[in-house]
Design a protein around this ligand. Structure first.
Ligand code: SF4
Ligand code: SF4
Length: 463
């Protein structure tokens, strides 16, 4: 990455930071309490790669003291944006918001190589914005997986003949479905399964049926379909009418994490429009990263985006993670028949659920309330797995080091709970990454989204 001009226009950068509402950076009192929760600082041991160091760099840019040069930009780009530092910070520094705004300014004001420009354009502006293209890619990769080539690279000596990074990418391939979930359910109103409830010895029509929208995402819309189907099933069992708007888009999280705020703003406007005027009580997400992004559109959209603040807040206030939602209405699940056999299951908290959405206890409580289920959180459940959107593709070495630490936690948990056969995590990116980690280490463990586990424990699911 090169700087646009040799005489770095300091006043321009300073002006852009001023416009970006960056005053919250002053909340940092440099206490260093966040350092021990930072995965990159733990791996690299360099202050520049710690939250405090990165805030120092961002403040220098904001104050016009630093230039946009590699020694400043690289540590900021090495950040996972996992936001563990936010949870650790007693001063309430909104690290994620500050980092994402900084990455936006960096992208707009630095020269990118042709390859980087092309990849950004192709994936962020074309692929993630086109359902047709996502379906096509999903079908192509499905055919590729069915051809047996991935197994050739991951399970035979052929893997030793090609670069390691090529083999690792094969472990990360999601289970593509070849179809779009939102297109299949487009604009239908899917009614609750149980329309009646007990009233003494009689049955009466349920009152207060909630009307919810389901957010389907981009890659999630065409892969790991059991997550959306399980979500749909549990929502309908808990007495909801479910609507899947067909005109919804990618949440834009990958774009924001990588500095493309313009495309992300466009996607935000599309999503707000897709879910408004539908009289919804809630908008359900089952991907922690998407949920965090959808709840923070106000960081992204400005008055220039022609959407009033009331509309943005009304949209954001309806966003809720599926496990949090089901916990809130768990009374509606009590009359269902659940498997009762004893089952030990490991649990890992996705960063964007725990640190960004501040949701952690209630999904665990819901899982623990299931008959026979014993939930064991990993020792470093709050620690990033190294997935971080596409970080595992852009920073493979550092991502792998962070993943190794997660895999060690899993191995430790398995030693203490040898009967555990499953690990749960509520974010698709974490699911792919942890799955790759356990495959690379030959660990015999299933990785499931908690909602899929919940649906599997439901006896009705088998009929
Ligand atoms: S977001 Fe994560 S990787 Fe980045 S500074 Fe904070 S703790 Fe470290
Ligand atoms: S971000 Fe928070 S915890 Fe970290 S150094 Fe600043 S004030 Fe302290």
């Amino acid at each position: 990455m090169k700087i646009k001009s040799e005489q770095q226009n300091l006043s321009l950068v300073k002006k852009l930071f001023r416009e970006a509402k960056f005053n919250n950076i002053l909340k940092c009192v440099h206490c260093g309490l966040c350092l021990d929760s930072c995965p990159t600082y733990r791996e690299l041991g360099d202050e520049k790669d710690s939250p405090r160091g990165r805030l120092y760099l961002m403040r220098g840019l904001w104050e016009g003291e630093f230039e946009l040069e590699s020694s400043v930009i690289d540590p900021l780009n090495r950040c996972l944006d996992c936001r563990a530092c936010e949870s650790a910070c007693p001063s309430g520094v909104p690290f994620g918001e500050l980092l994402e705004k900084t990455r936006g300014i960096i992208l707009e004001n630095t020269k990118q190589s042709f390859k980087a420009k092309f990849l950004r354009y192709f994936f962020f502006k074309i692929v993630f914005c086109s359902t047709n293209l996502l379906i096509f890619i999903s079908r192509m990769i499905k055919i590729y997986v069915a051809s047996g080539f991935p197994k050739l690279f991951t399970k035979t000596f052929v893997g030793k003949l090609v670069p390691k990074s090529f083999v690792t990418k094969h472990y990360l391939i999601p289970n593509f479905s070849g179809e779009s979930f939102k297109r299949i359910h487009a604009e239908k109103i899917l009614p609750p399964f149980e329309k009646f409830e007990k009233d003494g010895n009689n049955l009466k029509l349920k009152k207060n049926i909630l009307r919810v929208g389901l957010f389907s995402g981009c890659i999630m819309d065409v892969s790991e379909s059991e997550i959306h189907y399980s979500t749909l099933e549990l929502l309908r069992h808990s007495g909801c009418k479910v609507i899947v708007p067909s005109d919804q888009s990618c949440c834009g999280a990958l774009h924001v994490h990588n500095g493309d705020r313009k495309t992300s703003s466009k996607l935000a406007l599309e999503n707000i429009a897709a879910f408004e005027n539908r009289n919804l009580d809630a908008i359900i997400t089952n991907a922690a990263g998407c949920g965090a992004q959808l709840k923070e559109y106000h960081h992204l959209l400005t008055q220039d985006d022609f959407v009033n603040q009331k509309k943005i807040l009304s949209f954001e206030n309806k966003i809720v993670d599926i496990m949090e939602f089901l916990f809130k209405y768990s009374d509606n699940l009590k009359n269902l028949e659940w498997h009762k056999d004893e089952y030990t299951v490991l649990y890992d908290s996705p960063c964007h659920l725990m640190h960004a959405q501040k949701v952690d206890t209630n999904p665990r409580k819901l899982l623990e309330s299931l008959p026979g289920v014993r939930l064991v959180a990993l020792e470093e459940s709050e620690w990033c797995c190294g997935s971080a959107g596409i970080y595992n593709l852009t920073h493979p070495e550092l991502s792998k080091a962070v993943l190794n630490r997660k895999t060690k936690s899993i191995i430790k948990a398995l030693k203490e709970n040898s009967n555990a056969k499953t690990i749960l995590t509520g974010n698709p990116g974490c699911l792919y990454q942890i799955r790759a980690g356990i495959r690379l280490s030959n660990i015999d463990l299933r990785v499931l989204h908690p909602i899929v586990f919940l649906a599997n424990r439901l006896k009705k699911n088998e009929s």
